[in-house]
Design a protein around this ligand. Structure first.
Ligand SMILES: N=C(N)NCCCC(=O)O
Ligand SMILES: [Zn+2]
Ligand SMILES: [Zn+2]
Length: 319
């Protein structure tokens, strides 16, 4: 839903940026504007984790850290919140004791928001939530291209016999036909696996891998160009697990792996995706209890800001 004059963030030269309750980037709440082109929504859910819990607090930590974002994005030469209405849709209340029910709740709420014409910028939560989000997105757009930034593949089959976990969303998504298997990429992959079969299975599902070391060797521009070519004009979903960053850049996460991207590399690759048909995105796995000085949540807030900017530019260009 587009309005002629989007309502932007609180003016931080008049109201100190640390005052008042936090919404993403100090933007209005969805109920204050009625409808939005981009809805920022939190999913405080982390029952799907295999190691440290705490990502249920990620969305609010990102909102707090996002108080320092400013309205003009020089890296993309755009004022995203003036180009389209972005609003904070609050949190989806998911059952912490029943993963199956939580997955259904997230799918239903995402479906409802997408039904208003909004694109979603979701703040997790653990990576389990990517599956219901992709279900809702695919219902509207058909199978989507997926760009998955993560230390991990998250295409494993089950954990302790459980099908819905933070290590399994993308295998389920492929099985359910939610993804366009000609345009699936992991970026930032690294670290020990359970076995060689993990990679073989992943490749059979159609994924291409740009490892963390590839990013270092080839550089961000070449990587972004290769990704853009693979995506083409397909509807694109971007999922960012913050553990794609090195633990030095994102200590506040549940399953950290050494040797990751810098926040600068991640942000530059994302900016290189401008022009892609980005239909929705998520930033997940921020676990603030392990964070220090908001290092992780600041990085996550900038990640969401770049993704939102891409969406707003595209919405404005399509008008
Ligand atoms: N952080 C995410 N999404 N997945 C990690 C799963 C790794 C594991 O427990 O083997
Ligand atoms: Zn991960
Ligand atoms: Zn993940």
């Amino acid at each position: 839903m587009s309005s002629a004059q989007p309502r932007g963030p609180v003016d931080s030269s008049r109201v100190p940026r640390y005052a008042g309750p936090a919404t993403f980037a100090r933007l209005p709440r969805l109920d204050e504007v009625g409808a939005a082109d981009v809805a920022v929504v939190g999913v405080p859910f982390d029952t799907g984790v295999s190691y440290r819990p705490g990502a249920r607090f990620g969305g609010n930590a990102i909102r707090e850290a996002s108080r320092l974002l400013r309205p003009y994005n020089p890296a993309q030469d755009a004022s995203p919140f003036a180009l389209a209405q972005v609003a904070d849709a609050g949190d989806i209340a998911a059952n912490p004791f029943d993963i199956g029910e939580a997955v259904e709740t997230v799918e239903g709420a995402a479906d409802e928001l997408l039904g208003t014409g909004a694109r979603l910028m979701t703040l997790g939560g653990d990576h389990t939530i990517a599956l219901p989000l992709l279900r809702a997105v695919a219902r509207r757009h058909g199978p989507v291209a997926l760009l998955h930034f993560d230390a991990h593949l998250d295409t494993w089959d089950t954990y302790f016999g459980a099908a819905y976990t933070h290590g399994t969303p993308f295998r389920r998504a492929v099985e359910e036909g939610l993804l366009d298997t000609s345009a699936l990429s992991h970026v930032g992959t690294r670290g020990p696996l359970y076995g060689r079969k993990d990679l073989d299975d992943d490749e059979k599902m159609g994924f291409g891998i740009v490892t963390s070391a590839d990013v270092m060797r080839r550089g961000v521009d070449e990587v972004a160009q290769q990704l853009r070519e693979r995506i083409g004009d397909r509807p694109l979903y971007v999922s960012v697990d913050i553990d794609v960053l090195d633990p030095a850049h994102a200590p506040g996460t549940g399953t950290p792996e050494a040797g990751g991207l810098t926040s600068r590399e991640l942000l530059e690759i994302l900016r290189g995706l401008a022009g892609c048909h980005l239909v929705s995105a998520d930033v997940v796995e921020v676990a603030p209890a392990y964070d220090h000085a908001e290092i992780t949540s600041v990085a996550a807030s900038h990640t969401a800001y770049e993704l939102t900017t891409i969406m707003c530019r595209q919405i404005a260009a399509a008008r």
